[in-house]
Design a binder for this molecule. Structure first.
Ligand code: ADP
Length: 418
C-alpha cells in the first residue's frame, strides 16, 4: 500500500520506497526533522512512474530489496524517464549487492544499520546541490547548443551570401567581358560599314560631278535644251539626296542607333503621297531596270508619317533593285484599303534570293547574306525597316528562294480622317 503523506509546500521533496515499515517510519521522521517534505511508499513499487508524476520529488531513496523487485530495476526506470537523483539503502554488505548498486551509479548509498542523521543530512544536501548543478549545467549546455546552432546557421547564411556575392561578381565580370567583346566587335563592324558606305558615296558623287561638269561646259544655255538642263539639275538633286541619306546612316552607326525615328504624323492624300514616293524611288533603278507598279488605293486623306513610310519603301525597293540583275524588273503592289484602314505593300523581285540560313538573320544590324558577293551594302537597311515598322505598328514578312527571287510583304496601319 502506498502511504503518501505529502505536505504541499516549497520544501525539497523526498520519495522513499521501502518494504520495511519500521525503517520507513524512522527515515521519514528523520527527514521531516531535517526539514524535508516526504512521500513514503511501502508497496506497489512497479508504479514508480505514477508516484513520480504525482509527487514530483527532488530526490528518491530506494531500498535495494523490495520484495520481488530489485531497487536497481526501479532505478533503471527512473533514469529512463526522469532526471531525479537516487540514493540507495540496504542492510546487506554482500559484494554482489554492492556491485549491483554501484553499476547503476546512484547519487548516494545509505547503510540501514548505521543510519546517522548528520550523514543523511550531508548526503541529501550534497545530492541536491549536485543535482541542481547538473541541471544548471544541462541548461547551460542546452543554451550553448542553441547558440552554436544559431551561430552555425548564421555562418551558413554568411557563407551562402559570400558564395552568392562571388557568383554575382563572376557574372558581372563575365558581362563586362561580353560587353568588351561586343565593343570590339562593334568597332570592327563600324569600320567595315563606314568603308562600305564610303564606297556607296562614289555612285551619286560621280553622277553629281558629271552633271555639274556638263552644265558648266554648256553654260551657254543655248547649247543645252531645257529638257537636258532639267534632267541634269535633277540628277544633281537626287544624287545629293542619296548622299544625304548615306550621311544620316553613317551618323546613325556612329551614334549606335538608327536614324532618329521620331514620328511626325501629317494629314495627307494617300494617292498623292504614293506618286511622290514613286518619283523618289526612280533614282534607285539602273538604266535597264523597271519598277512595275500595281495600285489599288481606296483611301483618301490619311494621317500618316510620310518620312517613316518612305524610309521603309526606299529600303525595300532599293534592295529589290540592288539584288536583281541590271536589266531585271521588280513588281511593287500598293494597296490602301479600309476595314481596318491600312497600307499593304508587296515588293517582288527575281534576284539572287536569300538562303534559308540567312533568312532568320537579315533583320540583325550589320548582317549581310552569304550570297551578296560584290553587291555593295551595309547590312543596316532591314534593321531600320524593322524598327520603323515597330514604331508604325506595322509588320513584315519575307519569302525568298535562292537564285529565284524575294518577296517582301508589309502592312502598315493607317488613320483615316473623317
Ligand atoms: P544591305 O542590303 O545593305 O546588305 P539590308 O539590311 O538591307 O542590308 O539587308 C540585309 C541582307 O538581306 C542583305 O545583305 C541581303 O543578303 C539580304 N537581302 C535583303 N533584301 C534582299 C533582296 N531583295 N534580295 C536578296 N537579298 C536580300
Amino acid at each position: 500500500m502506498a502511504d503518501m503523506q505529502a505536505e504541499s509546500s516549497l520544501k525539497e521533496k523526498v520519495l522513499i520506497m521501502d518494504d520495511d515499515p519500521l525503517f520507513l517510519k524512522i527515515i521519514d521522521k528523520q527527514l521531516k526533522a531535517l526539514g524535508f517534505e516526504t512521500v513514503t511508499v511501502s508497496d506497489d513499487f512497479e508504479k514508480i512512474e505514477f508516484y513520480i508524476e504525482q509527487n514530483r520529488p527532488n530526490i528518491i531513496i530506494i531500498d535495494f530489496f523490495l520484495g520481488n523487485i530489485e531497487g536497481v530495476t526501479l532505478m533503471e526506470k527512473i533514469n529512463k524517464g526522469y532526471d531525479i537523483p537516487v540514493i540507495f539503502v540496504t542492510s546487506s554488505h554482500e559484494n554482489e549487492v554492492l556491485e549491483k548498486i554501484l553499476s547503476v551509479s546512484p547519487e548516494g548509498f545509505i547503510d540501514k544499520n548505521r543510519l546517522n542523521i548528520a550523514e543523511l543530512k550531508a548526503m541529501l544536501h550534497l545530492t541536491l546541490y549536485k543535482s541542481q548543478r547538473d541541471r544548471e549545467l544541462k541548461e547551460l549546455n542546452e543554451k550553448l547548443d542553441i547558440k552554436v546552432k544559431e551561430r552555425t546557421r548564421e555562418l551558413d547564411q554568411a557563407v551562402k551570401a559570400l558564395v552568392h556575392e562571388m557568383s554575382e561578381k563572376e557574372i558581372a565580370h563575365k558581362k563586362l567581358e561580353k560587353s568588351l567583346r561586343a565593343e570590339k566587335e562593334f568597332s570592327r563592324q563600324k569600320t567595315d560599314i563606314i568603308s562600305n558606305l564610303s564606297h556607296e558615296f562614289k555612285t551619286p558623287l560621280s553622277s553629281i560631278m558629271s552633271s555639274a561638269q556638263l552644265i558648266m561646259r554648256m553654260m551657254d544655255k543655248a547649247k543645252l535644251s531645257d529638257e537636258k538642263y532639267n534632267k541634269h539639275i535633277n540628277r544633281i538633286l537626287e544624287g545629293t539626296e542619296i548622299m544625304n541619306d548615306l550621311i544620316v546612316r553613317i551618323l546613325s552607326v556612329e551614334r549606335r542607333e538608327n536614324i532618329a525615328l521620331e514620328t511626325q504624323m501629317l494629314e495627307m492624300d494617300l494617292t498623292t503621297l504614293i506618286e511622290e514616293y514613286k518619283l523618289k524611288l526612280e533614282v534607285f533603278k539602273q538604266d535597264q531596270q523597271e519598277i512595275i507598279y500595281q495600285e489599288d488605293i481606296k483611301l483618301g486623306t490619311v494621317n500618316i508619317d510620310p518620312n517613316l513610310v518612305e524610309l521603309v519603301l526606299v529600303n525595300l525597293i532599293s534592295n529589290a533593285l540592288k539584288y536583281s540583275k541590271d536589266e531585271g524588273s521588280i513588281e511593287v503592289s500598293i494597296q490602301g484599303i479600309d476595314n481596318p484602314p491600312r497600307l499593304l505593300v508587296k515588293v517582288k523581285d527575281q534576284g539572287i534570293g536569300i538562303g534559308k540560313e540567312d533568312l532568320t538573320k537579315i533583320f540583325k544590324r550589320f548582317y549581310r547574306g552569304q550570297n551578296v558577293g560584290s553587291i555593295e551594302g551595309t547590312g543596316i537597311g532591314l534593321s531600320i525597316v524593322e524598327q520603323t515598322l515597330d514604331i508604325l505598328g506595322g509588320n513584315i514578312e519575307v519569302k525568298s528562294e535562292l537564285n529565284e527571287g524575294t518577296q517582301v510583304d508589309i502592312e502598315i496601319p493607317l488613320e483615316v480622317n473623317n
